[in-house]
Every structure is written in structure tokens, then in C-alpha cells.
Design a protein around this ligand. Structure first.
Ligand code: FAD
Ligand code: SF4
Length: 516
């Protein structure tokens, strides 16, 4: 036996390219369950359970399919483990599918191992890095809409005689309904933990290192079969109404009509093309509303592929970009959920309980607050990475640094996703249960989203003027009196003072608790 395949924790597919390139009778396979990354930053407890349980289940499935599999937990540096396995199996070549994350791809290239290493192109995305580069290289602006249309044509999705089905590419306008009356979405199917998952949960419970979020209830799928079950459940029960309330946020409704498929797509348990084709098939068979079907396909074929392509395309300094020069520290309440701002409290509580929030909660509550309050994009990205069940470098960088914080200066988004309480009050019921007034811009009960929003526009007015789509909004500032501007700026400064005082009191208390 001379060839070995090293399967990474987010490459859990029997059709992944490195496995596919080998003959199972003469190939050794290794999966390494590493603790090293948990030492670098805290993770959501359910994310650790999800990844490790899915890896253990996948190893079992490969064994059942007659692959020769070694599964090793590595408490510290995993390189000696890999080295030893290569020597003991007398391997002459190690094959690894190209990691989706750039830092890890670079790290693999620096490894000194006792055999040659072959990187096999990643087949878990629809667009390869070079195909995206080719699409992007002759364009002035890398617009999602153009990329998405190209994808529809290239993969023949929702197309008829070269034209989009229904005659239009985009039905977003039908998909922004506010939750005026109570919404009653069907509850998603959840999976109860089996013996393997329970063993991993016990291991995570015993870990003596800083972690985030609740361990239980853990109800995520951990095998491909379970993920397919959840895909079918989504298509049967939530896809028909996915569109209209895609942007709505409702207290106590964590998932609404969203698919909850990102963890499985990102682990390799589901392939994006099979998800898209299953949705399209349901459209054909059951005559589902086009706005829901197109809205969902746009997320997977458009946004997801665009984010991955862009991540691979941008310069190495992308993660460090900070176009607005924002440097405030991340408020402590992002970790504790302890804030009187009801929208933030609801969403942060949900993330702690589940590791999940849907797109608009991530973009227009969590990220929006950080943007208008001038928080460091890198501190925010670090928190997102720690807090979410589906977080990986490739998807986090463009979503947080690019889309959420506009820290790339507009490579990705055509204007910053900044909003006042008006948006949140329209698209959610959060403001009804809040101590602050969404209507007030100044005064003791004024919503901090209003104060920070106007302060953000005032502070960055010069820079934002160059962003064409901002000019209408900036004109509002011209109508403010000087007194109003001074008050807004003062209130924003007071809020920053309040946030940093809470932070320093908390760290003082925890320091004194440590010394007791
Ligand atoms: P649905 O609303 O049902 O959408 C279907 C699928 O489309 C998702 O499962 C996902 O695979 C894909 N998708 C939709 N939008 C995006 C997008 N912008 N980028 C990539 N894929 C997309 N997504 C992650 O997978 N991991 C992350 O760590 C992550 N962090 C985010 C951070 C911020 C600040 C923002 C604004 C977005 C982030 N997203 C991330 C994108 C998106 O919010 C999630 O993919 C989505 O909410 C997952 O829930 P769902 O499966 O129910 O999605
Ligand atoms: Fe959030 Fe402001 Fe509404 Fe309160 S009033 S829920 S802080 S937007």
C-alpha cells in the first residue's frame, strides 16, 4: 500500500475528490480529531459536537464501505500523529483534497512529511477557484446578480430556452414581507443524539477550556442520511413559504421558513448541486411558488458560491481590512447576551442556545450594530467564528468583513448594510418588548441603533459620499440642526463610555473573583 488519504473535518463526503481519486483496496484513510484549534479561540459547544460526531460517523461509514480507516484524536499538535501514521503504513504519497480555508491550505504546503503530498482540487463547490477568477478578471464590479445569472445559465437551473423561468431573474421584491400579524411556521425536524453523539457530548462537557454556548439540547444531523432527511423535510414543509418572510424576525421563532442546511453543506454532508436540484425538482413536480424556489436557489447557487469564489480571489490582506478604521472593542454582551436592547438580547440568546441565527438576524441585528457602533471588524469576525454552528474561515471572511462591515471598501457590497431602528421595527416584533423607543433619535429612551446610525453617517459622511447609493440617505443629515448633530455625537460618545465602563467593571470583578 502506498497511497494515503487525509480527510479534513469539513470534507465528509464519500464523493470528495481525494477519496474518488483512489482505489479503496489499496488506500489507507486517516481522520484526525484535533483539539489544537480549540486552543486558539473558543467554539460553540454544539459546533464541536457536530463536527466531531459527524467525523466519527463518517469514519464508520467508510469502514462499512471497506475503506481502511484510522481515526485518531490528537490532543495537541497533530503533525506527529500524521507523520507516525505515514511511516507505519509505508506510504509514498499522501492525498488531501484542497482545503476550503486559505490559512489551512497554506499550512499544508509547509508540512515536512516523510512522503510526497498531492493536493486534489476541491469538488465541494460548483465553481473552482480558477473558474471564479476567470469570471471576475475582466469585470470592474463583482456583482452578485451578474454572478448568479451566470450560474443559472451555466448549470441550467430554472432556465427555459436560454431565458429565466417566469421571465425574470430576481423576485426579491416579493420576499421582503414584514411580520405584520403573528407568523406560524412549521417546526423543523430535529434529530435526537445517538450513542456516538452522546459520547462526544460527554467529551465536550469535560473539556477544560473556554467554550461558548449551550451544549444541550443538541438536535443537529450528524450523518449524510440524516442531512438528506432534513433536506426533504425542508422541501416538503418550509420551501413553499421560504420566500415571503425571508427577511422577517419574530420573537420565539428561531428558524421561521429557513432551511438550516448551512452546517451540512459546509461539512460536505450535502453537495450544493444536489440541494439545488432537489429544490428545482420540487418546483417542477409540485408547482411551488417561484418566488420561494428562486429565493432559495439564489442563496445556494448565488450567494454561497459567490462568497467562496470571492474569498479565494481577494488579496491576502483581506481579513485585516478596516475601511472605516473602526477600533472599538466588542461589547461584552455579545458573549453574555446581557443587554437591554431587546433585538440583540433575543438574537444573542438564540445563538447561545443553538449556534444558529438566520441571515437577517446576523446581518441587520448583530453585524449592523457592530458597524454603526464602530466596533473592530476583526473583533467581530472572531466572535462570529466562535459563536456559530456553521462558521468557517471561507464563509466568515466575506460575510463579516465584506458584507456585514464594509471593511473591504465595497469589493463585495455596493453600500454598507447600516440601518436604524426603523428597519428593525418594520421587519421584526423585537421593538414592542424593548425599553428603548425605536422612534426616538435623541433623549434618554432613544434607541441606541438610532443614535449610532446617525452618528455613523455623520462621522463617515465624507467617505460615504463616494458611495453613490448613499447620497439620498446622507441628504437627511443636511436637515439636522447643529444642536441635533452635537447631541447625537454626544449621545454616541456616552454610549461608548457606558459600554466600556460595563466591560471594565466586569473584567475587574472577574479578576478579583480569580484572586479570591
Ligand atoms: P437559508 O436562509 O435557508 O439559505 C439557504 C442556504 O444558502 C444556506 O444554508 C447557505 O448555505 C446559503 N447562503 C445563504 N446566504 C449565504 C451567504 N451570505 N454566504 C454563504 N452562504 C449563504 N453562512 C455560513 O454558512 N457560515 C457562516 O459562518 C456565516 N456567517 C455569516 C455572518 C454574517 C455577518 C452574515 C451576514 C452571514 C453569514 N452567513 C454564514 C450566511 C448566511 O447568513 C447563512 O448561511 C444562513 O443564515 C444559514 O442559515 P440557513 O441554512 O437556514 O440559510
Ligand atoms: Fe432594538 Fe432599538 Fe428596537 Fe430596542 S428599540 S428592539 S434596541 S431596534
Amino acid at each position: 500500500m502506498t497511497i494515503g488519504v487525509w480527510i479534513l473535518g469539513d470534507q465528509l463526503s464519500a464523493t470528495q475528490a481525494a477519496l474518488q481519486s483512489c482505489d479503496r483496496a489499496n488506500t489507507a484513510v486517516i481522520l484526525i480529531e484535533s483539539l489544537a484549534h480549540v486552543r486558539v479561540r473558543p467554539y460553540h459547544r454544539q459546533k464541536l459536537v457536530l463536527v466531531w460526531s459527524a467525523m466519527r460517523h463518517f469514519a464508520e461509514e467508510l469502514r462499512a464501505a471497506h475503506w481502511q480507516v484510522t481515526y485518531v484524536p490528537a490532543a495537541d499538535d497533530f503533525v506527529p500523529v500524521l507523520d507516525e501514521w505515514i511511516r507505519s503504513h509505508h506510504l509514498t504519497e499522501l492525498r488531501v483534497m484542497q482545503p476550503a480555508d486559505r490559512p489551512f491550505a497554506r499550512f499544508i504546503q509547509t508540512l515536512q512529511l516523510p512522503c510526497s503530498v498531492t493536493i486534489i482540487p476541491n469538488n465541494q463547490f460548483l465553481w473552482s477557484d480558477s473558474e471564479f477568477r476567470q469570471w471576475a478578471s475582466h469585470r470592474k464590479r463583482l456583482l452578485l446578480e451578474d454572478f448568479y445569472r451566470e450560474g443559472r445559465k451555466r448549470f441550467g437551473v430554472l432556465m427555459q430556452d436560454g431565458q429565466p423561468i417566469g421571465g425574470v431573474w430576481n423576485l426579491d421584491k416579493e420576499n421582503r414581507k414584514p411580520p405584520k400579524q403573528g407568523l406560524h411556521p412549521p417546526q423543523p425536524l430535529w434529530i435526537e443524539p445517538d450513542a456516538i453523539t452522546q459520547a462526544v457530548m460527554e467529551q465536550v462537557r469535560q473539556l477544560d477550556m473556554p467554550l461558548y454556548g449551550n451544549l444541550e439540547p443538541f438536535r443537529w444531523a450528524v450523518t449524510r442520511q440524516q442531512a438528506l432527511q432534513l433536506l426533504t423535510d425542508f422541501i416538503n414543509h418550509r420551501l413553499p413559504t421560504f420566500g415571503p418572510y425571508e427577511d422577517a424576525m419574530v420573537t420565539g421563532q428561531d428558524t421561521l421558513w429557513h432551511s438550516l442546511l448551512s452546517p451540512y453543506l459546509n461539512l460536505g454532508l450535502l453537495h450544493p448541486l444536489e440541494v439545488i436540484q432537489a429544490i428545482e425538482q420540487a418546483f417542477t413536480d409540485r408547482n411551488l411558488p417561484l418566488n420561494s424556489v428562486e429565493g432559495c436557489i439564489r442563496q445556494v447557487l448565488g450567494w454561497r458560491e459567490y462568497m467562496r469564489g470571492l474569498y479565494a480571489y481577494v488579496d491576502d490582506d483581506y481579513p485585516q481590512r478596516n475601511w472605516f478604521n473602526h477600533h472599538h472593542p466588542l461589547p461584552d454582551f455579545f458573549w453574555t447576551g446581557d443587554t437591554e436592547m431587546n433585538c440583540l438580547r433575543q438574537v444573542l440568546d438564540q445563538v447561545q442556545r443553538t449556534g444558529y441565527a438566520h441571515h437577517i438576524q446576523r446581518l441587520m441585528i448583530l453585524s449592523n450594530f457592530a458597524l454603526i457602533a464602530g466596533i473592530s471588524p476583526q473583533a467581530l469576525e472572531n466572535w462570529f467564528h466562535a459563536a456559530f454552528i456553521d462558521a468557517y474561515d471561507w464563509v466568515m471572511q466575506p460575510n463579516v468583513i465584506g458584507m456585514g462591515q464594509f471593511a473591504d471598501g465595497g469589493i463585495l457590497a455596493s453600500k454598507p448594510y447600516a440601518a436604524s431602528a426603523n428597519y428593525i421595527n418594520t421587519m421584526s416584533d423585537y421593538c414592542k418588548g424593548c425599553v428603548y423607543s425605536p422612534k426616538a433619535r435623541t433623549g434618554s429612551n432613544a434607541c441606541p441603533f438610532n443614535i449610532f446610525y446617525w452618528d455613523f453617517l455623520i462621522r463617515h459622511r465624507a467617505a460615504l459620499t463616494s458611495q453613490g447609493r448613499m447620497s439620498m440617505i446622507l441628504k437627511n443629515i443636511d436637515r439636522f440642526t447643529l444642536d441635533e448633530i452635537v447631541t447625537i455625537r454626544q449621545q454616541a460618545a456616552d454610549w461608548h463610555h457606558r459600554l466600556s465602563t460595563v466591560q471594565s467593571i466586569k473584567s475587574m470583578l472577574s479578576d478579583s473573583a480569580k484572586t479570591l
